[in-house]
Design a protein around this ligand. Structure first.
Ligand code: FMN
Length: 225
């Protein structure tokens, strides 16, 4: 096999290996180095107009995990057994609106974009948010847009983990208002600049999953030539 073929096979093997792990082996912990690697793939993920509208809470605190378990029906087996448990937060309209202090700081001080270029970008982003995507129609629309970006990071983390033999499970099965309230109470939401988007558990499987099922490619792809 050529180098390219080998690489492709390795990647496909990782996609086959990844499954929504319901329960992890509590005795097996992901090394710091491996978990940093997973986090790095989140950090390097793309986001619309480069806003990076996210934050990743790594919840290792047992008491907080127990509290979360009460309102997270989708992670009953994962919360107590995962080596690492991540809550992906997304930035709210306070930070993602085109004229926010967050965007200005990100563009000028972190991406080092010259002021005159940023002024032009701002006009474009305003139109993008107001007209193209109609994001400013509600705080919810704006938040859902930021939340979508976190799912890109989520997917990259899970795929990267699978490539080094680490299992994961994405988690949407929870009461958002209740989780939000707990995190706010713990002071983890930067005064309403962040809100909960989705969760992910990482660790090592305790048992083998059922064989993977997916629709056929021809049922989900249409070529327009
Ligand atoms: C965004 C998202 C949220 C999910 N939420 C949960 C969840 O709360 N609990 C759970 O056990 N599985 C959850 N899943 C796992 C899916 O049920 C699973 O990915 C799907 O059935 C396909 O199976 P596979 O991932 O094992 O291939 C979620 C998946 C995604 C993509």
């Amino acid at each position: 096999m050529s180098k390219n073929e080998t690489k492709k096979q390795e990647i496909l093997d990782a996609f086959q290996f990844r499954h929504a792990t319901k329960e992890f082996d509590p005795a097996k912990k992901i090394s710091d180095e491996d978990f940093q690697f997973i986090l790095e793939t989140a950090r390097l993920s793309p986001s619309s107009v480069g806003y990076e509208p996210w934050k990743f809470l790594v919840v290792q605190n047992k008491e907080l995990r127990e509290k979360l378990k009460e309102m997270t029906w989708g992670a009953q087996g994962q919360l107590p057994t995962a080596s690492h448990f991540v809550i992906l937060l997304a930035r709210t309209i306070k930070d993602t609106k085109y004229d926010s202090a967050y965007v200005e700081n990100l563009m000028l001080n972190e991406k080092n974009i010259p002021e005159e270029i940023f002024a032009q970008m701002k006009v474009r982003y305003q139109s993008f948010q107001e007209n193209d995507l109609n994001l400013l129609e509600s705080e919810r629309s704006m938040f859902d847009w930021a939340s979508k970006q976190t799912y890109i990071a989520l997917a990259n983390m899970m795929t990267a983990a699978a490539q080094i033999g680490i299992d994961s499970c994405p988690i949407e099965g929870f009461d958002y208002d209740k989780v939000q309230a707990i995190l706010a109470e713990e002071g983890l939401l930067e005064d309403g600049h962040l809100a909960v988007s989705v969760m992910a558990a990482f660790g090592y499987r305790i048992r083998e999953p059922r064989p993977k099922t997916r629709k056929k490619l021809e049922d989900i792809v249409q070529w327009i030539n």
